[in-house]
Design a protein around this ligand. Structure first.
Ligand code: AMP
Ligand code: MG
Length: 307
């Protein structure tokens, strides 16, 4: 008999999210995964008034804000990834993210004075976490946290935790390209840069692994032969220019991979490789010149589409 498949699709984190369970499972399990993701969306959202992140940003330079332990944990880990990437992954790049988001919308480069002003507001050392009090505080008015580069990873790890609790053996979590393949071997598509229809350029075969792609091609515009996009180099205030078009990471723990993928898109391949080796993470690097590089552990698992 063929497997039963149960699939739930829902919007959250500004993207489409999907959980697929293979086998004869209670639909309530998929519902619980969805509800948990929506709960995290409400806690982490930059835009929703009342979210932990919204309140921290609103009270920047004023007072510490009590946050849920999910938020505290993600903020705490995000600071650690910030350190590991020498500031390339920086969740305090919120003002800069907004500036470039508007710029991408209008396909116009922001004013230099605005870039300088936003650059001044970035600083991981300005985020004060008080574990005993369960509070987070941004020291200076105007500073803003944005968890866009890490939130889906944490949510995917939480989905995995729920699925394990119910002993779901075979499943696929896909939160806007942040993927965890559970149980049986599965083929995960690596999206072709610039191909809007989501057509994969290659497949990676994985088992019990997270697969995460960060791409500078995802959102942005071209002007005078240069690409301006949504992954910002917090050190310069300009879109990352590391020579990477896209980076796919394969490993354990979606949150770590999510943060490192965003950070290494900023750092580039050369500075990123030692970090990946340290964490036992495999990678596919696609450079702006179209070159594809695959780390040793993926050589037998990476299949380029012939088209
Ligand atoms: P991702 O798709 O995981 O690479 O995350 C991209 C999102 O992370 C952007 O849309 C911003 O919200 C945020 N972001 C952009 N640049 C950075 C950065 N250097 N560090 C942390 N978050 C960033
Ligand atoms: Mg990320």
């Amino acid at each position: 008999m063929r497997d039963k498949v149960l699939q739930k699709i829902f919007p959250a984190f500004g993207t489409v999210n999907m959980v697929t369970l293979y086998g004869n499972f209670d639909p309530d399990i998929a519902e619980e995964v969805k509800e948990r993701a929506l709960q995290l969306h409400r806690r982490f959202s930059f835009f929703e008034p009342g979210s932990d992140i919204f309140r921290i940003n609103q009270q920047a330079g004023i007072k510490p804000v009590a946050v849920h332990q999910d938020t505290f944990f993600v903020l705490f880990r995000a600071l650690a990834y910030g350190k590991e990437t020498q500031g390339a992954f920086d969740i305090t790049s919120g003002p800069m993210d907004r500036l470039w988001r508007n710029s991408i919308r209008s396909a116009k480069i922001p004013l230099k004075s605005d870039i300088i002003e936003c650059r001044r507001l970035i600083g991981l050392s300005d985020l004060i976490l008080d574990k005993a009090a369960g509070t987070a505080f941004l020291r200076r008015k105007g500073q803003q946290i944005d968890l866009g580069g890490i939130a889906k990873g944490y949510a995917a790890d939480e989905a995995l935790r729920i699925l394990k609790k119910y002993k779901v053996c075979n499943a696929l979590v896909n939160f806007g390209g942040t993927v965890i393949a559970i149980g049986r071997e599965q083929r995960i598509g690596v999206q072709s840069p610039y191909q809007k229809n989501g057509e994969p350029m290659a497949d990676i075969v994985v088992q019990n692994k997270a697969v995460i792609t960060s791409g500078t091609y995802e959102r942005g515009f071209f002007l005078d032969g240069r690409r301006y996009h949504h992954i910002i180099d917090p050190r310069t205030g300009w879109p990352a220019d590391s020579g990477l078009l896209s980076l796919t990471l394969v490993g354990d723990g979606a949150m770590a991979l999510d943060a490192l993928a965003t950070g290494i898109c900023v750092l580039g391949e050369k500075s990123g490789l030692p970090l990946l080796e340290k964490h036992g993470i495999e990678a596919v690097f696609i450079s702006s010149s179209g070159e594809i590089k695959i780390t040793c552990g993926l050589q037998e698992k990476f299949f380029l589409k012939s088209k």
